[in-house]
Design a protein around this ligand. Structure first.
Ligand code: HEC
Ligand code: HEC
Length: 216
């Protein structure tokens, strides 16, 4: 039904009067999201996250959502709603979304595949690749690839890092403890990353952020 215009839908439902109309009425739950409401919400997300979900380098970075794992997107939206993850913008954006809308938006962003925005210092990427693939043994940092995948595509609750904005990744790794897992009574998957972010130096963060930002 996704690509069918509302005019057609009106006609179709007029023709369905009878047994079909009753079935259709029963299918309407409080969480059901109309095509129009979904399209409007998606367009709204894209005003910040980019028309192709590619992200945007603004006064502060808007992360790439294109190709992101749906489960990760859903987890983060829930974390913003519960204020386990703090962000003044996304807390307010997320708390009005119902579960059906969250699911549809997550699936829609996952299907997008624009080229990475780029812009990171290329000279840092080689050292970043070594950290990404081998970790930093002396600092007890495991290979990023072991969880985020050899090409940074992510898997389920492990986010895609490929093509993620360099400045966004730097900020997240630098501020992990202040932004994620902020409800200790209700611990979440952010705890897995906490020691890793903590043990990386600022230089190592810049290197690995540069490397992943160029992955396609
Ligand atoms: C006014 C701008 C704005 C709008 C509109 C907006 N976002 Fe965001 N979003 C942000 C910013 C800024 C961040 C980064 C927050 C941070 O730095 O932790 C973000 C982060 C996110 C994240 C976390 C990404 C990650 O990699 O962890 C998700 C998921 C997300 N937004 C989904 C959405 C969805 C879905 C919508 C539409 C319903 C939306 N956003 C609308 C600005 C916006
Ligand atoms: C043991 C598994 C594991 C390893 C190893 C790991 N990560 Fe993660 N990472 C995660 C999980 C899980 C999340 C999602 C956390 C959440 O749900 O808040 C994450 C989230 C992230 C994020 C936030 C993404 C976003 O869009 O906001 C960044 C950046 C990140 N990891 C970078 C790295 C880097 C760089 C390395 C290697 C130095 C690394 N990770 C190693 C499990 C891992």
């Amino acid at each position: 039904m996704k690509t069918i215009g509302s005019g057609y839908l009106a006609l179709a439902s007029a023709l369905m009067i009878g047994a079909g109309a009753l079935a259709q009425a029963e299918g309407k739950t409080a969480d059901e999201v109309s095509h129009k409401a979904f399209e409007e919400k998606l367009a709204y997300c894209k005003t910040c996250h980019g028309v192709s979900g590619q992200g945007f380098h603004g006064a502060f970075p808007m992360p790439r959502l294109a190709g992101q794992q749906p489960e990760y997107i859903e987890n983060q939206l829930k974390a913003f709603i519960d204020r386990r993850r703090t962000n003044p913008v996304m807390g307010n954006v997320a708390h009005v979304l119902n579960p059906e809308m969250v699911k549809k938006l997550s699936e829609s962003f996952n299907k997008l595949d624009p080229a990475p925005l780029g812009g990171a210092p290329k000279a840092l990427a080689a050292a970043g690749k070594t950290i990404y693939e081998n970790g930093v043994e002396s600092a007890n940092v495991p290979p990023c690839a072991s969880c985020h995948g050899p090409e940074g595509k992510g898997d389920g609750q492990f986010p895609r890092l490929a093509g993620q904005l360099n400045d966004y990744v730097i900020r997240k790794l630098t501020n992990w403890e202040k932004e994620r897992g902020q409800k200790p009574a209700n611990p979440d998957s952010s705890a897995i990353m906490q020691p890793i972010a903590h043990n990386l130096t600022q230089q190592q963060i810049a290197e690995v952020a540069a490397y992943v930002s160029y992955l396609k």
